[in-house]
Design a protein around this ligand. Structure first.
Ligand code: ADP
Ligand code: MG
Length: 603
C-alpha cells in the first residue's frame, strides 16, 4: 500500500498557516496589508485578549464581489500577480495568495465585503477552514474581517502563545510599523474597550510621528533630506527621519526601516546604520530611525521570507553605501544646527554689560574659583568685564600642535558661567543653558585628534626620561604582540623585550601621565575584555584609539579658566562634538523655552 498521500486542502492550509500565522500580530499584519493593498484610506482595528479571542479589521477599500470573496479564501488565489514574471517587480504588500486561507484554517473566520457601487455585499463564515455560511451582507463599502479564537483547532500552536499583554504589545508594534509606513491612512486601534491610538490621515510623515510618539521625540529627529541626489540604478532614494546624536534605544524596536513601503528587518541596512552613526552610538544601543528606502522593485526580491519581513537586495553594497552616506550627511547637518546655536550672540546679561557681541568670551586669565566672584559681580551689573585683545580667537592651538583650520569661520559664541562639581562646565549660548561633561568632551577631542593624526601617519610622541619595562601574563603578551603596530601608530613606543616583557620608551604627546606602566596596563585590560567579547584577538584601530583616549583622560581634574575655555572651543571644533567616542553625550542643551516651561512661565 502506498504510504504517500496528498494532504487535504484544509490540512495543507494549516501547514501553510504554520509559516504565515505565528501569532495574533501576524494576523493583524496580513489583514492590514490587505486593506492597504485594497486602497483603504481608513483602517480600524479591534483586538480582544491580545488578539487571541478576536482580531477585527475594518477598511474602506475597494471591497470584493461575491465570486472574488469566495476565491480569496482559496489557496494561491491572488489579484496581485499573474505570472512568475510579476514576481520580479512587486508593487503590493501581498502577492502569495496565502494569508486569508491560512488564517481561516486556524480560526473562526468571518469576511464581510462590499464593492462601493454594489447593491449588496457578501458575508462568508469559515470555521477551521470549512466554509459554513455564504449570504448577502455587508453594509458599508469596504471589507471587514473577523478572526476569532485563533488556533482553537490547533491546541499545540495555542500553547505557544504568550500572555495577552505580550501579544497585545506585538500587535501594537506591528501597527506602529504600518502606521509609520503608510501615514496617509487613518488608523484606529482599540484594545478590549480602550482606544490605544486614533490617528487621523496625515499629510506628511512628520505629523504621523508626532501623532504617534509625541513632539518631544520629533524634536530630537533629523530630517533625512536628499532631494534630487542622483544615485546609480539599484541604489535607493533615502528619506525619513533619524535620531540626532544622543538619542538611542536598548532595542531595535524604534529602528524602523521601510523598503518600498514595506517594513523590513534588513541586516544590510542595520549594519549600514551602525556604520553611519559610527562613534555616535553607545555599545549595545540602537538608533531611532524612520528610514524609507525607495528603489526600483526589480532590484529587490521580497519573496525570500515566509512573512516577507526580510528582503534581498540585488546590490547590497550599493544599498549599504547609500545608507551610510545618507546617515553621515544627516548627522553632519544636525551638527550645523547645533553650531547655529553657538553662532548667534549670547543675549547680554541684564542687557547692560558692554561686552561686544563680536567677542565670544570675556577672557581674563584667572583660576576658576575666581569665576564665582566674577559671576557675583556680573550679578550686580556694575562691572564691565574687559575683554583682552586677541584672546578670543586662536585659543586652541598649542597642546597637540593643532594646525587644522576651524570648520566654521564665525567665532563660536558662548559664555562660561562656571564649573559644577569639578566636572560639568556650565555655559550660556543663544539657546539657553549648556552643560558640558569635561571628561567626555576631552575624550572626544583626543579621539578625533588621534584618529586624524593616525590617518596622517604621525601622532607626535614624547620620549620618556627613562625607558621602562613591564611583564605581562602570556595571554596578554600575545594580544599586545598582535596589536603592537597599531599601538605604535598611536605614538606609544612599545616593543618586545624578552619573552613576556615589554619596553616602553615614549607616549603620545597629548598623554599627561606620571605612570606610563599603569596606564598601559589599564588600556590592555580594557582592550582584552573588548577582544574577549568580540572573540577577536585583533581589534580595530578605532576601538584601540577609543580606549587609549578613555584612559588618557582623568576625571575631576580641576581645570583653569583658560583650559575650560579651550576645551569647549576644541570640542565645538570636533566633527561630532555632542558625544564622546563611546556614544555618551558631551553636551546637554537646556533651552530657554524648556526652562520657561519648567518654571511655569509658559505652558
Ligand atoms: P495576497 O494578499 O497575497 O494576494 P491574500 O490571501 O491576503 O493574498 O488575499 C487574497 C486576495 O483577496 C487578495 O489578492 C485581494 O484581491 C483580496 N483581498 C483580501 N483582503 C482584501 C481587502 N481587505 N479588500 C479587498 N480585497 C481583499
Ligand atoms: Mg495578503
Amino acid at each position: 500500500m502506498s504510504r504517500i498521500r496528498l494532504l487535504s486542502e484544509t490540512v495543507a492550509s494549516q501547514v501553510a498557516a504554520g509559516e504565515v500565522v505565528e501569532r495574533p500580530a501576524s494576523v493583524v499584519k496580513e489583514l492590514v496589508e490587505n486593506s492597504i493593498d485594497a486602497g483603504a484610506r481608513k483602517i480600524d482595528i479591534l483586538i480582544r485578549r491580545g488578539g487571541i479571542s478576536l482580531v477585527r479589521v475594518i477598511d474602506d477599500g475597494c471591497g470584493m464581489d461575491r465570486d472574488d470573496a469566495l476565491l480569496s479564501l482559496e489557496r494561491h488565489a491572488t489579484s496581485k500577480i499573474r505570472s512568475a514574471n510579476d514576481l520580479a517587480a512587486i508593487a503590493t504588500l501581498g502577492f502569495r495568495g496565502e494569508a486569508l486561507p491560512s488564517i481561516a484554517s486556524v480560526s473562526r473566520f468571518r469576511l464581510t465585503t462590499r464593492e462601493s457601487n454594489a447593491i449588496a455585499g457578501t458575508e462568508i463564515v469559515v470555521n477551521g477552514g470549512k466554509i459554513d455560511i455564504v449570504r448577502d451582507g455587508g453594509d458599508a463599502p469596504g471589507t471587514q474581517v473577523e478572526v476569532r479564537s485563533l488556533f482553537y483547532n490547533l491546541p499545540a500552536r495555542r500553547k505557544f502563545l504568550r500572555s495577552e499583554n505580550t501579544e497585545s504589545r506585538n500587535i501594537e508594534h506591528q501597527l506602529h510599523l504600518q502606521a509609520i509606513g503608510h501615514w496617509q491612512i487613518a488608523f484606529t486601534l482599540v484594545r478590549d474597550v480602550q482606544i490605544v491610538f486614533q490617528l487621523p490621515a496625515a499629510t506628511n510623515l512628520r505629523d504621523r510621528i508626532r501623532d504617534l510618539y509625541g513632539s518631544d521625540l520629533l524634536e530630537r529627529l533629523l530630517d533625512v533630506n536628499e532631494d534630487g541626489r542622483a544615485r546609480p540604478p539599484g541604489a535607493p532614494q533615502i528619506s525619513g527621519f533619524i535620531g540626532q546624536v544622543g538619542l538611542s534605544r536598548q532595542t531595535r524596536a524604534q529602528q524602523l526601516v521601510f523598503v518600498n513601503g514595506r517594513a523590513v528587518e534588513s541586516p544590510v541596512v542595520a549594519a549600514a546604520l551602525r556604520e553611519g552613526y559610527h562613534t555616535a552610538l553607545m555599545k549595545g544601543q540602537f538608533p531611532v530611525t524612520f528610514l524609507f528606502l525607495n528603489l526600483d522593485p526589480t532590484f529587490v526580491d521580497v519573496n525570500v521570507h515566509p512573512t516577507k519581513r526580510e528582503v534581498r537586495f540585488r546590490d547590497p553594497g550599493g544599498v549599504h553605501e547609500a545608507v551610510v552616506e545618507s546617515i553621515r550627511q544627516t548627522l553632519e547637518s544636525g551638527r550645523e544646527d547645533w553650531e547655529q546655536k553657538f553662532r548667534a550672540p549670547v543675549p547680554q546679561i541684564g542687557g547692560t554689560t558692554s561686552v561686544s557681541s563680536q567677542i565670544s568670551v570675556p577672557v581674563v586669565p584667572r583660576e576658576l574659583p575666581q569665576l564665582e566672584r566674577d559671576f557675583a559681580l556680573r550679578g550686580q551689573r556694575s562691572v564691565e568685564v574687559a575683554p583682552r585683545a586677541g584672546a578670543t580667537t586662536a585659543i586652541s592651538s598649542e597642546v597637540m600642535g593643532r594646525d587644522r583650520p576651524r570648520p566654521s569661520s564665525t567665532p563660536q559664541q558662548f559664555q562660561i558661567i562656571g564649573v559644577l562639581n569639578k566636572l560639568y562646565v556650565l555655559m550660556e549660548n543663544a539657546d539657553g543653558l549648556v552643560l558640558v561633561d569635561q571628561h567626555a568632551a576631552h575624550e572626544r577631542i583626543l579621539f578625533e585628534e588621534l584618529r586624524r593624526r593616525m590617518e596622517e601617519q604621525g601622532v607626535p610622541s614624547q620620549k620618556l626620561l627613562l625607558a621602562q619595562t613591564f611583564d605581562l601574563p602570556p595571554r596578554d603578551t600575545e594580544w599586545v604582540e598582535r596589536n603592537m603596530s597599531i599601538l605604535q601608530k598611536m605614538g606609544i613606543g612599545i616593543e618586545s623585550f624578552g619573552a613576556n616583557t615589554f619596553k616602553i620608551d615614549s607616549l603620545p604627546a597629548f598623554l599627561k601621565t606620571s605612570d606610563p606602566i599603569s596606564f598601559m596596563q589599564r588600556v590592555i585590560d580594557d582592550l582584552k575584555s573588548a577582544s574577549n567579547s568580540s572573540s577577536a584577538l585583533r581589534l580595530g584601530e578605532e576601538t584601540i584609539a577609543r580606549t587609549v583616549c578613555r584612559h588618557a583622560v582623568k576625571a575631576n581634574d580641576p581645570l583653569g579658566y583658560l583650559e575650560v575655555e579651550k576645551l569647549v572651543q576644541d570640542l565645538l571644533d570636533c566633527e561630532l562634538p555632542y558625544c564622546c567616542p563611546h556614544g555618551r553625550p558631551t553636551m546637554i542643551q537646556i533651552s530657554l523655552a524648556e526652562l520657561e516651561k519648567k518654571f511655569g512661565r509658559k505652558v
